[in-house]
Ligand binder design. Sequence first.
Ligand code: DX5
Ligand code: ZN
Length: 220
Amino acid sequence: MKRMREIAPSILSADFGNLARDVKMVEECGIRYLHIDVMDGSFVPNISLGAPVIKGIRRITTMIFDVHLMIVDPLKYIDDFSDAGADMISFHLEAVDNPIPVIDKIHSRSVKAGIVIKPNTDVRDLSKYLDKVDYVLVMSVEPGFGGQKFMPESLDKIKWLVEEKKAKGLDFIIEIDGGVCLDNIKEVSDAGAQLLVMGSAVYGREDVPKAIAEYKGIIE
Ligand code: DX5
Ligand code: ZN
C-alpha cells in the first residue's frame, strides 16, 4: 500500500436508485477502493446512509470498502460497520474526546483504522496518533456534502504528514477527500496524497470510465 496513488470513488455522488450498477461500473474500471460516506445529521448537517446499505453492496463487490464516519460517538457503531463489511473505518478527531479506544476497537475487528480532520483542525493535533493509525484522511472541504470546492490550504497538511512519515519512519497512508477534480488532481498527488477520494468528479461525469481513465493517466 505504501507507494500507491489510487482513486477512491465516493458513492455519495452515485445514483442511489442504481447503486449496484454504479458500484459495479467503477469496479469494472479497475478501481480497488470504494469510499463510503456515513453522515448522521448531527456531526454534519446531512444524512446519507448506514450499515444496511453497506451490507447490501458488500454482496456484489470485492472492492476495499473505505468507510468514512461523519458521526458523533463512532465507538458505538464500529461493530455495526465491521459486520456490514467495512475494510477500513475512519472517524473524526473532532467527534471524540479520546481517539485511542476507537482505534483499538477498529483494530480489534481486524479493520484498518483511520483518523480524519476537518479543514479548520490543526494537522499537528494528530501527532500523538500517527503511529497508531493505518491512514489519515485530510478533509479538503467542510464535511457534509459532495460537489464543493477544493480548499488548497489542505495541501500544506498533506506535505506536513509526508514529512512526519519520513522523520518518524511511519507508514500510514495519506488520504484526501473533498473537491478533488481534474484541475487539482496532479497537485494533490504530487503533494503526497496516496488515496484520492473523488465523488462528483467521478459520478458527475457523463462518461465515468473515461473520467477514471483520465485521472489514472495523471496519477499513476
Ligand atoms: C464530503 C464527503 C466526501 C464527498 C466528496 O463530506 O466526505 O467524500 O463525497 O465529494 P466531492 O469529491 O464531490 O467533493
Ligand atoms: Zn468522505
